[in-house]
Design a protein around this ligand. Structure first.
Ligand code: NAD
Length: 290
């Protein structure tokens, strides 16, 4: 099976590499030429346009920043929709607004092209290991048919419902991650200001109820002051925008998420938008005069 792969960034590049390793033939594209060259060196073909890739592949995976980029690549001029034959499947693994997924799904279905919204969680380390968590919306029969392709990149691939449901699950994930990083930051700042070594506090509490995947990933980064992304603040702001738009749409107040959004906006103003979301701690350092 030939697979198209569009978007070879922090996440897409290792995901595409894992598909090559698993023996799939890839046709790739990205605006960033060095990433394309890296895949080419591993044996991938390079597409000349999104439509060109779609004309050559049964499945096209997209891993792009947000809704506008996915809409442009899939539905725009020379986009996937122009090259794809009926029966082609687009697996969009980007994190985008559920409403945008449903719009793209409807436009593609008119041409008998199917869309799965299949965003991921786990960050760059799990993308490299091929142990991501994938949450999928769309037609169940399409999910079943392409489960094995997604499983190459993931430890878990879970069907959550109709089109857009995958991205609703991803928004829920992003709420938990954002609030958890803030909680870890507050705890480590408290330890420091109270005169106890934050690393020893981390060692003491990580095995208890407070322990979490977020704590394991982010507490060491915070203590080492390593804010290299990873997952950029800018992308998390994008996700929380999608969260708040969705929650306002369904009439659910999310007061803590709204507050963490303000914290992220504040550190973005300080020039941290391109840093890892672990840099949320800088907001608290400022408040605590550290
Ligand atoms: P990234 O910015 O590193 O990668 C995006 C890639 O898309 C870039 O290489 C860019 O050149 C390419 N691109 C943009 N527009 C394009 C276009 N029109 N045509 C072709 N290529 C185009 O971002 P990332 O961190 O890899 O994230 C990708 C998606 O995955 C985002 O939706 C993000 O929210 C989500 N995500 C990221 C992480 C993480 O830890 N980085 C974790 C889970 C989910």
């Amino acid at each position: 099976m030939k697979i198209g792969f569009i978007g070879l960034g922090i996440m897409g590049k290792p995901m595409a590499k894992n598909l090559v390793k698993a023996g799939y033939q890839l046709v790739v594209l990205d605006l960033n030429k060095p990433a394309v060259e890296e895949l080419k060196a591993l044996g991938a073909e390079v597409g000349t346009s999104n439509a060109d890739i779609a004309s050559k592949c049964e499945v096209i995976i997209t891993m792009l920043p947000n809704s506008p980029q996915v809409k442009q690549v899939v539905l725009g001029e020379n986009g996937v929709i122009e090259g794809a034959k009926p029966g082609t499947v687009v697996i969009d693994m980007s994190s985008i607004a559920p409403l945008a997924s449903r719009e793209i799904y409807a436009a593609l279905e008119e041409k008998e092209i199917h869309l799965l919204d299949a965003p991921v969680s786990g960050g760059e380390p799990k993308a490299i290991e091929g142990t991501l968590a994938v949450m999928v919306g769309g037609k169940k029969e399409v999910f079943d048919k392409y489960y094995d392709v997604m499983k190459v990149m993931a430890a878990s691939v879970v069907y959550v419902g109709e089109s857009g449901a995958g991205n609703v699950a991803k928004l829920c994930n992003q709420v938990v991650v954002a609030l958890n990083i803030s909680a870890v930051s507050e705890a480590l700042i408290l330890a420091k200001k109270a005169g106890v070594d934050p690393d020893l506090v981390y060692q003491a509490i990580r095995g208890g109820l407070a322990g979490s995947t977020v704590m394991e990933a982010k507490a060491p980064m915070i203590m080492d002051r390593n804010f290299q992304p990873g997952f950029r603040i800018d992308l998390h702001i994008k996700d929380l925008n999608n969260v708040l738009e969705t929650s306002h749409g369904v009439g659910v107040p999310l007061p803590l998420t709204a507050q963490v959004m303000e914290i992220m906006q504040a550190i973005k103003v300080d020039g941290c938008g391109v840093e890892d979301h672990a840099s949320i701690v800088k907001y608290y350092e400022k408040l605590a005069n550290i």
